[in-house]
Design a protein around this ligand. Structure first.
Ligand SMILES: [Zn+2]
Length: 296
């Protein structure tokens, strides 16, 4: 037997509809003209497929014995639809990078109710995928679509005002010439000062960094500077441009732990420290824990 339904066997549906109209006419309920006009009407359109906007919720409802029942959820359909669009848009791009799952869940902070729940995730990590490159981009788009009028209150009691270099955004150091007070979390108090603004010595035209070995002191201009100009070739020639320190420890490296073993004669072994100085004729005086150890 063929099933009659607006979505299938529409020829049979038309015949059935026309038979009913004929019966209504024969029984005098409608007249001949009304019957003929009614037969010329089109059939009801095919029903559209039901929207699948919350498949996770549907699967959950089926799993928890609510199949066939009316389920009232906290989902907000407009948030759900827009979150779906965002996840799908990002998913198309991420799929080309081997990320096959993406999901987002948005909660109402006041009620704790889920207002969106889209996508799927198996929790497996993907190599070379950083949260800042994948998840953060989705989060920013999701944040953008949310209602800004009910955003979080600024946590003023947890903020402190710190002086920040206007050029680098780091905590202002003594050589930062332009600074402003900005609100920061208390952790901002523990950050290092701006490493980009430095006190440097320049030639008269403020074009090159120079030093007193190759430039008259009276010609040298001392300034704070953000992006450092180059060393004048004659001044930089013997230092490779590294003019912050004359001396550099080659071995051991910073924060090294060194184990000096006992020899077969039960005597402690020896360790060789290495350093270099910009001036090949310089003498280096070695001290270990404030005890003089020798000169090289
Ligand atoms: Zn600075």
């Amino acid at each position: 037997m063929r099933r009659i339904h607006p979505g299938r066997n529409r020829d049979l549906l038309a015949e059935k509809r026309n038979r009913l109209l004929d019966r209504l006419r024969d029984e005098g309920i409608i007249d001949r003209l009304a019957c003929d006009l009614a037969k010329q009407e089109g059939l009801p359109p095919k029903p559209r497929p039901l929207p699948m906007l919350a498949p996770n919720l549907l699967a959950y409802a089926q799993k928890t014995g609510q199949k066939g029942q009316r389920v009232l959820s906290t989902l907000d359909i407009s948030v759900q639809v827009r979150a779906l669009e965002i996840i799908e848009r990002h998913h198309m791009k991420l799929a080309s990078e081997g990320i096959l799952n993406a999901a987002a869940i948005i909660l109402d902070v006041e009620t704790g109710g889920v207002v969106a729940c889209v996508g799927n995730a198996d929790g497996a990590g993907r190599p070379c995928i950083a949260g800042s490159r994948a998840a953060a981009l989705i989060m920013f788009d999701l944040f953008d679509m949310l209602d800004k009028s009910r955003w979080f209150k600024r946590p003023d009691s947890d903020l402190v005002y710190i002086e920040v270099c206007s050029k680098s955004g780091c905590r202002a150091g003594i050589y930062c010439e332009e600074a402003e007070y900005n609100a920061s979390t208390k952790k901002g108090l523990k950050t290092d000062p701006c490493p980009y603004c430095r006190r440097i010595h320049l030639d008269d035209g403020l074009e090159w960094q120079v030093d007193s070995q190759y430039e008259k002191v009276s010609q040298i201009q001392t300034r704070s500077w953000f992006v450092l100009p180059p060393h004048r070739p004659d001044c930089a020639a013997d230092s490779g441009g590294q003019r912050h320190s004359s001396i550099s420890i080659i071995y051991p490296g910073p924060d090294s732990s060194i184990y000096v073993p006992l020899g077969l004669d039960s005597e402690r072994g020896k360790i060789v420290f290495q350093a270099t100085h910009r001036d090949p004729d310089a003498r280096i005086f070695w001290h270990l824990d404030s005890r003089y150890a020798g000169t090289t």
